[in-house]
Design a protein around this ligand. Structure first.
Ligand SMILES: [Zn+2]
Length: 510
């Protein structure tokens, strides 16, 4: 049995569909390119039938990436598979990933199918997918709560029908490691044609066991692991890519498994994802959290200084955490800026560089030292979202201990400018209300945080907020040396996504 583990990354599908993690098509492409540099073997780029945006991202990623295999998700239905194939067909190595639930609880309550009908459906659509492309993956949704005999039957049948990969997901995050390892081992021992396909696992983290379960499965013969950067995904998330990769690397002697992951790209990938989505990684997150390599206790610090191996099982450099950060300032040129961005995982086009450079010189005039976090903020702010987006032209606020806070905001959309004013409970509230008056879009702010992006009194204030509209959550993020302006931009950033999403689904319904 081969010891090379296939990394199937689903950051752009399972990860992106979690609330607060949505990305635009361009952002997904930037992330996909970084995942390719990271060495992911397969990228699940989206669920093409789910929306126009998903279709478009799968199509463009298929066209633009030549390194990894590209997968698109589809239910066991003709229209899903056709749509997935339409998006994937230009990929160098396309993979159709189709799935059907196999647990009685899903069959009875969700699909209203008998086991026999489910088996027939799975075989029929795997065969159909196979008629379109060589590489077909089948997932038995909710496998860990399925009847074992039935699960083994369906696995055998889809392999006969041509599935090249069979995935056993712990969809609800219910399994414990020895049990899950045992399930994989028993499937290998009982399904007669099992060696004709790669056995895969997809674990969720509801009980905090996604990584442990994945490792147990790999120890018992699974050879594809599905995971996401920073462990993002539905509910408590998916198994974290960086943790699995570093376990295989650090404990190679015991596990004897290898991967194609370029460890030095791990930190950059994690940073890029959180910069694109505006969701930070928790400080104590393994491998990529800001405390992951910080030794605070005196006795530990003393030990590490004498010999890093006393308390360090891996080095920050090995996962790509930079030893020292080059600080850019007023006199840094275009070339230095472009180089710094590419070190952060962003290759800028000429136009992007021009735009960001202008913003950079403006910022460098206001503050002495410009850090990586500042640069990422500039890049995000200077990237035009769509022509249909609202753009902040100006904001003015009157506030103080004796005054009722009043804000006047000027916005531009599709060439037209509109201005409005409002009072509020505080200056930020007044600004948001003034924006609402112009957009006519009643969003509710559910979260608001203000952080200093970097050190020093001249640091940019970064606002991260969430709004809720029709049960969907949109994240907004912006930074400025003026916190009121940052709040206005962040709020508008979130509102633009909500407007865009709302108008797009309105056109799709028509
Ligand atoms: Zn999942």
């Amino acid at each position: 049995m081969k010891n090379r583990v296939v990394f199937f990354d689903t950051t752009l599908r399972d990860g992106e569909q979690a609330p607060g993690f949505s990305m635009t098509v361009d952002q997904k492409i930037a992330m996909a390119k970084q995942l390719e540099r990271l060495g992911a073997d397969v990228l699940e780029a989206g669920f093409p039938i789910a929306s126009e945006g998903d279709f478009e991202s799968v199509r463009r990623i298929s066209q633009e990436l030549r390194g990894c295999a590209i997968a698109g998700l589809a239910r066991t239905k003709k229209e899903d598979i056709d749509r997935a194939w339409e998006a994937l067909k230009h990929a160098k190595r396309p993979r159709i990933h189709t799935f059907l639930a196999t647990s009685d609880i899903h069959l009875k309550h969700k699909l209203k199918k008998s086991r026999e009908e489910a088996l027939e459906t799975a075989v029929q659509w795997v065969r159909y997918a196979k008629s379109l492309t060589e590489d077909v993956q089948f997932s038995a949704e909710d496998a860990t709560r399925s009847d074992f005999v039935f699960l083994a039957q369906i696995v055998e049948a889809v392999i006969d029908a041509g599935a090249t990969v069979v995935n056993i997901p712990d969809t609800v995050g219910y399994a414990v490691p020895d049990e899950f390892g045992q399930l994989i081992r028993t499937l290998r021992e009982t399904v007669p044609n099992i060696t004709k396909a790669v056995l895969a696992v997809h674990c969720h983290n509801d009980l905090g066991l996604a990584v442990a379960n994945s490792i147990a499965a790999l120890q018992n013969g699974a050879r594809q692991v599905e995971c996401t950067v920073n462990g993002i995904g539905e509910r408590a998330g998916n198994a974290s890519l960086e943790e699995i990769a570093m376990i295989l690397h650090t404990r190679h002697e015991r596990l004897k498994l290898t991967s194609g992951i370029a460890h030095a790209e791990i930190y950059r990938s994690s940073q890029l994802l959180s910069n694109l989505t505006g969701v930070y990684v928790q400080r104590n997150k393994a491998i990529v959290g800001s405390n992951a390599f910080a030794h605070e206790a005196g006795i530990h610090q003393d030990g590490v200084l004498k010999n890093p191996l006393t308390y360090e099982i891996m080095t920050p450099v090995s996962v790509g955490i930079p030893e020292s950060v080059l600080v850019l300032g007023k006199h840094s040129g275009r070339h230095a800026l472009s180089k710094r961005f590419s070190e952060m995982g962003c290759r800028l086009s000429r136009e992007e560089l021009d735009r960001v450079y202008t913003a950079f010189t403006r910022l460098a005039d206001k503050k002495k030292e410009v850090y990586d976090a500042d640069l990422m903020m500039l890049l995000q702010q200077e990237t035009p979202e769509t022509s249909a987006a609202y753009v902040l032209e100006g904001v003015q606020v009157l506030s103080g201990t004796q005054l009722i806070p009043t804000a006047t905001v000027r916005l531009r959309r599709s060439g037209e400018t509109e201005e409005n004013s409002s009072t509020g409970d505080g200056p930020v509230d007044a600004v948001c209300r003034a924006i609402d008056r112009i957009t006519g879009f009643p969003a509710r702010m559910t979260e608001y945080t203000l952080n200093a992006v970097t050190k020093g009194k001249d640091a940019m204030g970064e606002v991260l907020l969430q709004i809720e509209y029709r049960k969907r959550i949109y994240t907004g993020r912006a930074a400025s040396t003026d916190v009121i302006e940052a709040s206005a931009r962040a709020y508008l950033h979130a509102v633009n996504q909500a407007v865009f999403h709302h108008e797009r689904s309105a056109t799709e319904k028509r």
